[in-house]
Design a protein around this ligand. Structure first.
Ligand SMILES: Cc1ncc(COP(=O)(O)O)c(C=O)c1O
Length: 447
């Protein structure tokens, strides 16, 4: 039972499990988002369905309350159900949702984003990250006349990217062969790929930072290498945008790409994808096609406008860093105190902190990851075994509760490892199942 008596699995997960049984009959794969599904969260030791959220807390269908460290898979940077943003959405609802002609909010939000994203001289909207990443790749191919793409990180479900993962069913072989992934901080590896695909690379697309911090000026070197080879550099700032800085990791590291994709974070949960970049490239959207009925949907744009204003007026970025630094300091002290560093470690920057669970050789261990989550859920923390999604709404009390829960989880992990028994024996749930095989091991995915 959690130290905070309100939190944790107090009422069981019966209703969650019943809904899941029904879902499996009528929803293919049971879920709309793999990152929200049982397997990513410990099946049997975590709720599956949430019905109410406020600030940094969520309530599941069985009535259990948790501190949320997932925040809608990242987008909810201010907090759930956040009043000033809700107000903006409600006000817009009275004026209209989807207009028959262009709507002024498109211009207003575009101007505000161009002002805060370094590479953005122009932009276009869409409804999600997958689509704008696909649009960026299409644009780079249109601009360069080349076809190969080199990537690092996760970039959504479209053929060009998903064909390069183990979930590539249905993607034609000829498409799969056009995307290759590279390792972070391995500039000579990337350089060799440029040699191997000489004259054929249209773009390097990458999350500018996930778990590893850039070493030895890596990002500038990637940019130089791409440009020497006539390729564009695209930063996928879906998670880093509106977290590292409003203008993303490109602003934080001062490395400006040719194109960038944004989304999560700009709207506090409403569905938006943004492709932004230099005018000389963006104007090629007159031939590289990107158009969608719902792209200018006005509730989302009203939310975006309100979020941007709120960030500026309340110095949200500084607060996210402060909270992240406090959390990181607390967690590091616990890892040291229990001497569990061989099995539990932190990576990344405070605003995108990752909890890694691994064997003593540093190899990701799925059972340890599941054990960690099992114990955190017991204490009332909804979290990935990976990235911690902080929001402006997380209070000092929330962070202290997380740190306290982490402390207890580390004790369980330490005892389990020291027992010498199979870690699976300590699980009261099914072992976890990652969305992709191999990506976590290469630090190329967040959960
Ligand atoms: C870095 C990154 N790029 C692209 C995407 C795909 O975005 P969406 O799920 O909105 O299509 C995600 C989603 O998690 C992401 O984290």
């Amino acid at each position: 039972m959690s130290a905070n008596k309100k939190l944790g699995l107090r009422y069981g997960i019966k209703k969650s499990d019943e809904l899941w049984r029904r879902a499996l009959k009528v929803i293919a794969t049971g879920t709309q988002t793999f990152s929200r599904s049982p397997g990513v969260f410990p099946d049997g030791a975590a709720p599956k369905y949430v019905i109410r959220q406020k600030g940094s807390h969520v309530w599941d269908v069985d009535g259990n309350e948790f501190i949320d460290m997932v925040m809608g898979c990242g987008p909810t940077t201010l907090g759930h159900n956040y009043e000033p943003i809700n107000e903006a959405i409600k006000k817009q609802m009275d004026k209209g949702i989807l207009f028959s002609l262009l709507n002024p909010l498109e211009v207003e939000v575009a101007e505000k984003l161009v002002e805060c994203i370094p590479c953005a001289e122009m932009l276009k909207f869409s409804k999600n990250g997958s689509d704008v990443c696909a649009a960026a790749v299409r644009l780079a191919r249109a601009v360069t006349g080349k076809e190969m793409i080199l990537c690092y990180g996760y970039h959504g479900f479209q053929d060009w990217y998903i064909g390069s993962t183990d979930r590539n069913a249905g993607v034609p072989k000829c498409v799969r062969e056009l995307t290759k992934s590279f390792r972070y901080n391995d500039i000579s590896g990337l350089s060799k790929m440029f040699e191997q695909y000489h004259g054929r690379v249209a773009a390097v697309i990458m999350e500018p930072v996930i778990a590893e911090k850039p070493k030895d000026d890596f990002l500038n070197k990637v940019k130089a290498l791409a440009h020497e080879n006539g390729a564009l550099l695209i930063f996928d700032e879906m998670i880093s945008g509106f977290r590292f800085r409003m203008g993303g990791a490109q602003e934080f590291f001062n490395v400006v790409p040719d194109l960038a994709t944004f989304g999560k974070g700009i709207t506090n949960g409403m569905p938006l994808g943004v492709i932004a970049g230099k005018r000389k490239y963006m104007k090629n959207f007159d031939k590289a096609f990107l158009s969608s009925t719902y792209a200018p949907e006005a509730l989302t744009l009203a939310a975006a406008s309100a979020v941007i204003d709120f960030y500026k007026e309340n110095d949200v970025i500084a607060k996210l860093w402060e909270k992240g630094e406090y959390l990181e300091k607390g967690l590091r002290a616990i890892i040291d105190r229990h001497g569990v560093g061989k099995n539990v470690s932190l990576a990344g920057y405070p605003v995108r902190l990752m909890v890694n669970t691994h064997d003593s050789n540093g190899i990701h261990n799925l059972n340890l990851a599941t054990l960690y989550q099992q114990e955190m859920f017991k204490e009332g923390i909804l979290c990935f075994a990976g990235v911690l999604m902080l929001s402006y709404s997380h209070s000092r009390e929330d962070l202290d509760c997380f740190i306290d829960s982490f402390d207890k989880a580390c004790v369980v992990i330490k005892n389990a490892v020291e027992s010498g028994d199979d870690i699976a024996k300590f699980l009261r749930c099914k072992p976890g199942s990652p969305v992709f095989k191999g990506l976590r091991e290469r630090n190329a995915v967040s959960n």
